[in-house]
Design a protein. Structure first.
Length: 454
């Protein structure tokens, strides 16, 4: 018989497998919807918001102002991690995931109705900032729960990286749907896209949220959390406790993401500003390229999650970080040719090193924390990267280009991010085959060794 739910009849093997499938599907579809919401905002920021909400600013200043609002969502993500990490370790993974989905979806839906500068002046930007903060709080709580909902249903250690990579699949899926929606609406002639077309994808998000909510209500709590509950091992203040017990693991989890997160938002968000205004590339070409890159990640993220089960989480991650640090120079060498084919190829290939890290990343980070503190610890570490990497990346890229007038300055920034991630990954433990259902009374640290990778 498989693991039990607290106070419930033990699950049969068939029921257990059914719950695992439901958990993976619910996590993947839920993260797809949440990332659709988040990336939709990202895409529209580079194409629309500077024009509609900061029309009296210099184009460069307006872009910086728009990306500042964009960055607010990243600043909010550690807040969401702390709040929902606490409740995820206190009341369970399932309940927390339902709340984060609603929070994110309703904030995104509301963006569709924010008046522009021409209607209410600067207050339009203020409202956008508030909604972006709410979005960020939702995403901050979403990731940890989705990963744990999948990973903690995995019966064996041998395929945990593959199972945990499926919530990560929600990123390219959400990116694909968001860019497809914007691409479809951008076909509207004249000024209609700027007037009302960009709002339609935000309105449609409410339909996706309803679908995700229906799916998430059908799954059970994870066996590991049910076991913690049955054994009365729930922490009173898990967020504070994990900060006290495992501060090093939290910080390493944040820094290990620099090579994954910062380049990703340069290649998928900043690229719209750089491509249209500097290279003279068409908006549709850039949207199609990002769409193609996201489709490629449908396959590469689970692939590299699986490879990490074979060669070890840390080794797979370090290979990706090294390639990511170097690829920035290749990327700008290709796009600066202003040739449509090379621009397309550069954007598509940019997400391959990202997949090498993002596939094993969920398990790499989550495995570093003990079960009763896992939601809080993994969420905090993962989302703190948003403050040092993802949020500032488009701003730093814009500022570097404004000063140096060269994409290679941005490539240098990406290279430095790669070095940070390599150093952090080197210091992290590799718990590829560790039994995550076991509880630890101490921070695991380097003196706890997992079984060798086969």
């Amino acid at each position: 018989m498989a693991a039990t739910q607290s106070g419930a009849v033990p699950l049969s093997d068939e029921d257990y497998r059914r719950q695992l499938r439901r958990a993976v599907v619910a996590s993947t579809i839920g993260t797809t919807i949440e990332w659709y919401d988040f990336f939709l905002y990202s895409t529209v920021t580079g194409l629309v918001f500077a024009k509609l909400y900061f029309p009296e600013s210099d184009p460069l200043v307006g872009t910086l102002q728009a990306f500042l609002i964009y960055a607010v969502g990243f600043i909010a993500r550690p807040v969401g991690a702390a709040i929902f990490g606490h409740y995820g370790d206190r009341i369970g993974r399932k309940a927390t995931l339902i709340v984060t989905l609603l929070l994110m979806g309703l904030a995104t839906f509301a963006v569709a109705f924010v008046p522009t500068y021409a209607t209410i002046g600067i207050w339009g930007a203020v409202v956008l900032t508030v909604l972006r903060f709410i979005q960020g709080v939702g995403v901050g709580g979403e990731w940890g729960g989705s990963v744990l909902m999948s990973m903690e249903w995995a019966r064996t250690n041998s395929h945990r990286g593959f199972v945990a990579s499926w919530p990560q699949f929600g990123v390219p899926a959400g990116l694909f749907i968001a860019n497809l929606a914007v691409l479809a609406m951008s076909q509207i002639s004249g000024s209609a896209f700027l007037t009302w077309g960009w709002r339609v994808p935000f309105v449609l998000s409410i339909v996706l949220v309803a679908i995700g909510l229906y799916i998430r209500l059908s799954i059970l709590e994870t066996p590991i959390f049910a076991k913690l509950l049955a054994e009365n091992k729930i922490e009173k203040a898990p967020t504070l406790e994990v900060i006290r017990r495992q501060p090093k693991d939290i910080l390493l989890s944040a820094f290990v993401r620099m090579a994954e997160q910062a380049p990703f938002y340069i290649f998928t968000a900043f690229v719209f500003t750089y491509g249209v205004r500097t290279l003279g590339a068409s908006r549709d070409l850039l949207l199609m390229a990002v769409l193609a890159a996201s489709v490629l990640e449908f396959f590469t993220i689970p692939l590299f999650g699986h490879v990490s089960d074979l060669i070890g989480r840390r080794r797979m991650y370090m290979i990706g970080a090294a390639l990511a640090g170097l690829y920035g120079f290749v990327f700008f060498a290709m796009v600066d040719t202003r040739n449509s084919v090379w621009i397309f190829v550069a954007i598509v290939l940019s997400l391959v090193p990202h997949s090498m890290m993002y596939g094993p990343q969920a398990a790499l980070i989550a495995e570093s924390f003990t079960g009763r503190l896992r939601y809080s610890g993994a969420s905090l570490g993962y989302q703190l990267a948003s403050v040092i990497a993802g949020g500032p990346a488009p701003l730093i890229a814009t500022a570097l280009f404004a000063y140096y007038h060269s994409g290679y300055a941005i490539a240098g920034y990406i290279f430095v991010c790669g070095l940070f991630s390599l150093a952090a990954a080197w210091r992290m433990g590799d718990y590829t085959n560790k039994d995550i259902s076991r509880e630890y009374d101490e921070p695991m640290g380097e003196h706890h060794h997992a079984r060798p990778v086969h």
